[in-house]
Design a protein around this ligand. Structure first.
Ligand SMILES: NC(=O)c1ccc[n+]([C@@H]2O[C@H](COP(=O)([O-])OP(=O)(O)OC[C@H]3O[C@@H](n4cnc5c(N)ncnc54)[C@H](OP(=O)(O)O)[C@@H]3O)[C@@H](O)[C@H]2O)c1
Length: 322
């Protein structure tokens, strides 16, 4: 009897490992998120919640708005370009059960920190509550470490880090008073591993992890959750607006639709599942980038060696979807 049990255990363990490996290889997100898409709460459970999205005029933020509108969320759409936000609002109204009054277009510059409390007050005046803040707005970068002007480092931190912190600080008092809330941060693969030719960007995304991991623990007592979303390459306008090495310059290159990147809508859908299930941190990417998350998280020493051995050329190729 004992022998039979032992045989069973020894047969089950390898099968379990093989199944998990296959799931991982075929996936476009980490295993927990993959599980949540099948057995967890659906985005429809977010119906009626008030979600404020920064960077909603384009890319991931825009498609997040469509996904959340179909789920029946009430939305605040923020970015600098009001006309683009109005365009997104129109499409939201076509894609979901939401009505005109369920979507507030609120133009906002993340760099103008002194306007953020006023903006939060405006949202509260309109909806009376803010359930979820999605810190999505941000810019990427292409540039060589030693050639990047310190001004660019500063500008990157001002936007991706300080702007994000400032809007979060404007919303937190309300969430604390309300005894519930959810802060979602769109980080990146660059927030988990140092990406060559994007050091200021990687630095800014790593910084977000530090700040928001601290907040996760401090805010737990107030029933406020933190979800870190780490996408790999996704189709969007991020390359056009990316910082370079010189201050005030944008990379200005549009993505080629033939490149290997995740569809924006898929990334946004997976993000809404992570939100609905209040997952702590999720990894969203096509292979081989998804595997690199696992290597760096569970085998950090090998991850660093592999990064250097693979070299910049190979990493850049993967990153640029070639
Ligand atoms: N695409 C990817 O491959 C990828 C991968 C990992 C992580 N991400 C992250 O995903 C997030 C969204 O990027 P995306 O790929 O969707 O790029 P995107 O299409 O360029 O969208 C960026 C958004 O940020 C807004 N924004 C930029 N500067 C702003 C400012 N000063 N104030 C307010 N809003 C500002 C833009 O709106 P306005 O210009 O109208 O202000 C736009 O809506 C970023 O945090 C990015 O780091 C992207």
């Amino acid at each position: 009897m004992e022998l039979c049990l032992c045989c069973l255990v020894f047969a089950v363990i390898p099968i379990y490992i093989i199944v998990q490996l296959l799931r991982l290889l075929l996936a476009d997100c980490d295993l927990t998120l993959q599980w949540a898409t099948k057995f967890g709460k659906s985005p429809a459970t977010l119906r009626g919640t008030v979600v404020w999205i920064t960077g909603a005029s384009s890319g991931i933020g825009e498609f997040l708005a469509y996904n959340l509108a179909s789920a029946g969320c009430r939305l605040v759409l923020s970015a600098r370009r009001e006309s683009e936000l109005e365009r997104v609002k129109k499409r939201c109204l076509l894609s979901g059960p939401v009505k005109e009054e369920d979507i507030l277009v609120l133009p906002l510059d993340l760099l103008k920190c002194d306007s953020h409390t006023e903006a939060a007050d405006e949202v509260l005046k309109y909806f009376g509550q803010i359930d979820i803040l999605v810190n999505n707005a941000g810019r990427s970068q292409r540039g060589v470490w030693e050639k990047i002007s310190i001004e660019v480092d500063r500008d990157m931190m001002e936007l991706n880090v300080i702007g994000t912190l400032s809007i979060t600080k404007a919303v937190l008092p309300h969430m604390i008073e309300n005894k519930r809330g959810h802060i979602v941060v769109i980080s990146s693969v660059a927030g988990k591993l140092g990406i060559p030719n994007s050091c200021s960007y990687s630095g800014s995304k790593f910084a977000l992890h530090g700040y928001f991991e601290s907040l996760r623990i401090e805010a737990f007592q107030h029933n406020i959750k933190v979800t870190m979303i780490c996408p790999g390459p996704v189709f969007s306008n991020v390359l056009t607006a990316a910082f370079t090495e010189k201050p005030g310059q944008a990379f200005g290159v549009a993505m080629n639709p033939n490149e290997k990147r995740m569809a924006t809508d898929r990334c946004a859908y997976l993000t809404t599942v992570a939100m609905a299930n209040s997952l702590d941190e999720v990894w969203i990417s096509l292979q081989p980038v998804l595997l690199s998350f696992y290597v760096i998280q569970y085998f950090p020493t090998y991850g660093k060696i592999l990064g250097c051995k693979l070299g910049m050329k190979a990493i850049n190729k993967i990153r640029e979807g070639q």
